[in-house]
Design a protein around this ligand. Structure first.
Ligand SMILES: [Mn+2]
Length: 319
């Protein structure tokens, strides 16, 4: 019984710690192993061992540069808890999330107030996942966390293309002087990948100058997903693609629990259909971001975010 009480019931902060913990537990009795599994809170169905996994999900609970309403740092924990309201099975794809070998690496412990340090930790973690030949799927956090992941993905893959779903263009060169801001994240990604590699959809908010700048540097589809098929065809199935989904691309009636809601967004089904198209590409990394549970009084936004993540995980290309 002593062993039971000494088990780490709280989630470990890093996957290294967790792997070590898991390995030490594995040396004990089978009963303890079973209890250990029950006590680890993963996203539903994401309970593969790291070594056997093809996909690694992890939380990046960071919202230090949020320009309006904070709270996205709580998204990954809330999504794990609420994911058990979902079924494993997707009627859309006639598949279960457990058909994929997904390891949930828990949440990174990121330094609030030191944005570069937080991004660096995300880059290192993503780099380790890529080194091990696994597909990183990050749960934000605010949208700036994407920069940390893209830095690692772009090291490994030349000619990286970006598919970006969002209400906001995020193309400012700076926000109130800050180069590292969730309102400037796609400009920072452009610094890395350059012209003609970024494709944005659903965009309905931004400074006039962002849209002007975007015309010569990125592809921007305002309001919806029109033209997505053509973009997918033009990119082709070999080119490596990082896929970033700011969930505020959804209409606030579907997804009110976010820091900067924008009326006029897409429906759940439109987003799902678009995700099922994009995942035909050679996705080498992806993220979902900007769920802010503190603005999700009904819990519906979290349920939507969980369902989007389940569908994304099932749909991601198999290696
Ligand atoms: Mn946004």
């Amino acid at each position: 019984m002593i062993e039971l009480f000494s088990l780490p019931i709280k989630r470990e902060k890093s996957f290294n710690k967790r792997i070590n913990t898991t390995n030490s537990i594995l040396n004990k009795t089978e009963t303890v192993i079973q209890i250990m599994k029950q006590n680890i809170e993963t996203f539903i169905g994401c309970d593969s061992e790291y070594e056997n996994s093809e996909i690694v999900i992890f939380g990046a609970p960071f919202d230090s540069t949020t320009s309006y309403r904070p709270g996205t740092r709580f998204a990954s924990k809330t999504m794990r808890a609420e994911s058990f309201g979902l079924e494993l099975y997707s009627p859309y794809q006639d598949a279960e999330i457990t058909d994929r070998a997904v390891f949930d690496g828990g949440d990174l412990e990121l330094c609030f107030g030191d944005t570069e340090s937080a991004l660096d930790d995300i880059t290192k973690f993503t780099r380790a996942i890529l080194r091990d030949g696994k597909l990183p799927v990050m749960i934000g956090g605010e949208h700036l966390v994407t920069l940390g992941a893209v830095r690692a993905v772009a090291e490994k893959y030349q000619n990286l293309h970006i598919i970006h779903f969002d209400a906001h263009a995020d193309l400012r060169d700076d926000y109130l002087g800050a180069k590292l801001s969730h309102a400037a994240v796609i400009h920072r990604v452009w610094d890395i990948v350059g012209d003609g590699k970024i494709y944005q959809f659903g965009i309905r908010s931004g400074d006039k100058s962002e849209f002007e700048w975007g015309k010569t540097h990125v592809f921007t589809r305002k309001f919806d997903f029109s033209g997505l098929e053509n973009v997918i065809e033009n990119i082709g199935s070999d080119v490596p693609v990082y896929f970033t989904i700011d969930l505020d691309v959804l209409d606030p009636s579907v997804f009110p629990g976010t820091g900067t809601p924008e009326a006029g967004g897409v429906s759940f089904m439109q987003l799902l259909e678009a995700i099922l198209k994009v995942t035909k590409l050679n996705i080498v990394g992806c993220d979902v971001n900007e769920l802010s549970p503190v603005y999700d009084q009904s819990g519906v936004s979290t349920a939507v975010a969980c369902k989007i993540l389940r569908e994304l995980l099932i749909a991601l290309p198999k290696k």
